[in-house]
Design a protein around this ligand. Structure first.
Ligand SMILES: Cc1ncc(COP(=O)(O)O)c(C=O)c1O
Length: 437
């Protein structure tokens, strides 16, 4: 089908979204609140969601794989989470004080996350990586940090290098110079970087770059652990995506590698705004007042907010059983398998891959190993995986929306709320979408 016909169909089916977008773009840059929500010809406007589904302002229904940017492992509106938040909202949303739920929340986090002697809550994942880097700089007395190319850690200045807009204007040169980029999965390059200059921290996404777009090479995390220890740098696992998703104890439990600090977000606060840093007592302890002027500063109006705490506690209690993870993982495996069946049947040079409850589709894969691979760990050229064809990806997302499914570009997160029927319908929608493309 002609792309302009499809665009016309999209404009018709999502006409109210189009009207809202026209109003929004006059007062909000690009009409969006997060760069990833940019869409062509315009984004979809959602009114409500439940379980694995969400509905837009035109009444269209979607199977949702955006999952609150990966925050909703339990799906939308899990009854226990809704109940916990409703109960808390009746008691108050902000006491400007400590409250009992934050103690329970901290107990859950420190009991689930390996090596978490102490935890401090933040208001987002970005704030968590900002605080973790500050803590390691204070602890080591070193300024430079090593970040892996294409790995994403939020939008604060120190982690801009190697992101989608690698040299975002507005970031001071001095800050950029303090972040040393290394290619992902390359222990030799990492060692060379550490040998160059004393380093405070190595920060990594343990799923691999951009929620597993460039999957982590087996063994790399253990090598990074060994190198960090050898060169006196702290190892930070940014578990904003992997925390409570790969395993109740996150990537540390899943891969059997312990970091010095772990950053969390998304699932930790049950789909409400929040984040956390946890880890070694000697590093985390630098937040304590007893250090006087040597204390690491960490204010934040909404840190440990009671509503986020209520959602976080309810969510983590359910995740601790292991059931939601097992269910989401099984559905994800079925989805990846089904997507690859369609890809093979249509003779496309694409490839679906992913592990745990995360999936990705490479739309430019001339990978020779495609038919000899378990689709969980991809060793294909990382630059090619990373440089996905954005216009094509936007078209896939638009077509999937037309066919009743919301992907995160060409990937997404499966939740425990997705059913067998959801997966079957998604594979059907994918088949239809690729034919249309
Ligand atoms: C690995 C990782 N770190 C940090 C962040 C930033 O978290 P937030 O969007 O809550 O600031 C994200 C967000 O997607 C992420 O995926």
């Amino acid at each position: 089908m002609q792309q302009d016909v499809l665009e016309e169909k999209y404009r018709e089916k999502l006409s109210r979204s189009g009207q809202l977008y026209e109003a929004a773009r006059k007062i909000i840059p690009d009409g969006i609140a997060h760069d990833i929500r940019y869409s062509e010809p315009f984004p979809v406007y959602i009114t409500h969601a439940s379980g694995s589904r969400k509905w837009d302002v035109d009444g269209n229904e979607y199977i949702d794989y955006f999952g609150g940017h990966g925050a909703l492992l339990l799906g939308h509106q899990h009854p226990q989470v809704v109940e916990a938040v409703a109960e808390q909202i009746r008691k108050g949303t902000h006491f400007g004080a400590c409250h009992p739920l934050e103690v329970e929340w901290a107990r859950l986090v420190t009991s689930l996350v390996p090596g978490a002697d102490l935890v401090r809550f933040t208001s987002s994942g970005t704030e968590a990586t900002l605080l973790a880097l500050r803590l390691t700089r204070a602890f080591t007395g070193r300024e430079r940090v090593v970040k892996l190319d294409a790995h994403f850690h939020g939008w604060h200045d120190a982690v801009v290098p190697g992101g989608d807009s690698a040299r975002s204007p507005g970031v001071p040169r001095g800050t950029l110079e303090c972040t040393r980029l290394c290619p992902p999965n390359d222990a030799q390059a990492l060692e060379a970087a550490l040998a160059e200059q004393p380093t405070a921290a190595i920060i990594v996404e343990p799923s691999g770059a951009s929620f597993g777009r460039v999957p982590v090479r087996p063994g790399f995390l253990a090598e990074a652990r060994e190198l960090a220890t050898r060169y006196g740098a702290m190892l930070i696992f940014d578990e904003v995506i992997t925390g409570f998703r790969l395993a109740p104890g996150g990537a540390q439990e899943y891969y059997g590698v312990t970091a010095d600090l772990v950053t969390m977000g998304k699932i930790v606060s049950g789909g409400l705004p929040g984040g956390a840093v946890a880890g070694r007592r000697d590093i985390m302890g630098l937040l304590e007042m007893k250090h006087g002027l040597g204390k690491v500063s960490h204010p934040g109006t909404f840190n440990g907010n009671p509503l986020s705490a209520a959602a976080g506690v309810a969510t983590l209690k359910i995740i601790a059983t292991g059931e939601p993870i097992a269910s989401a993982n099984a559905r994800n495996a079925a989805l990846v398998e089904g997507l690859n069946r369609v890809i093979a049947a249509k003779g496309l040079d694409w490839c679906a891959y992913g592990h745990a409850s995360i999936f990705q589709i490479a739309m430019n894969s001339d990978c020779a190993k495609k038919n000899d691979c378990d689709r969980t760990v991809c060793t294909y050229d990382w630059q090619k995986l990373r440089n996905h064809d954005r216009p094509r990806e936007l078209k896939l997302r638009r077509n999937m929306l037309l066919n009743g499914v919301d992907f995160v570009g060409s990937g997404g997160w499966v939740s425990a709320a997705h059913s067998e029927r959801d997966i079957k319908e998604t594979i059907k929608a994918f088949e239809l979408s690729v034919v249309q493309m």
